[in-house]
Design a protein around this ligand. Sequence first.
Ligand code: KIV
Ligand code: NA
Length: 265
Amino acid sequence: YKKITTKSLIDMKANGEKISMLTAYDFTMAKIVDTAGIDVILVGDSASNVMAGHETTLPITLDQMIYHASSVVRAVDRALVVVDLPFGSYQSDSKEALRSSIRIMKESGGHAVKLEGGREIESSIKKILNAGIPVMGHLGLTPQSIYKFGTYTVRAKEEEEAEQLIEDAKMLERIGCFALVLEKIPAKLAQKVAESISIPVIGIGAGSGVDGQVLVLHDMVGMTHEFSPRFLRRYMNLFEDMTKAIGQYVSDVKSVDFPNANEQY
Ligand code: KIV
Ligand code: NA
């Protein structure tokens, strides 16, 4: 695939090729992620935690998401760029949801939007899709509802919530979403969902029986280090490496080791 589209992702699922997805929130990181060959870049509202240091994803605004997304879009040649609609930008009614989605598409140049929820936002998703904007769903643990759940523990362990989730996933497929994220649910349930719909299911903490995986970039390269859920594989330890490098710089400056004769004019 030279350039990833929503259609490529659906083809990948049909061909049994797994989909790779990571977050990015700025130009420089997005350039690295795109160059490495990722299929989908998510401008996640996890920027609220990772970029701004908030405890939850709730405080980030639509304007801030558009700023992050436009920075990412400028860096990307190949990946599909999906942008989260932040809390408060789509829950009131479907008109607000459409208005916010249009702002994201026009002002950032992103390729699709993602919203958290199922039946409760069905009419909003339909409205956005009717405007020609591709929508990615997000079910299971939906962090914008953290104050309703109370904890970030595994969702849909009980039969009733699992049945609801399967129905919501089928509804998202039926109304025309091109993919959906399943966050922190039992692997068996996630596999069942992936097998019962034809659009790609991208998991995070949802096991290997789905059609692709997503992680938060700063977590997988170990820039963040307090956050250690079971589903997170750390490929690097950048917090440690960068702390060491910066410590070295501090001591080189103090000792006038830096700059040396070759590092000046
Ligand atoms: O905001 C985010 O990073 C996300 C992913 C974890 C799916 O929604
Ligand atoms: Na998100």
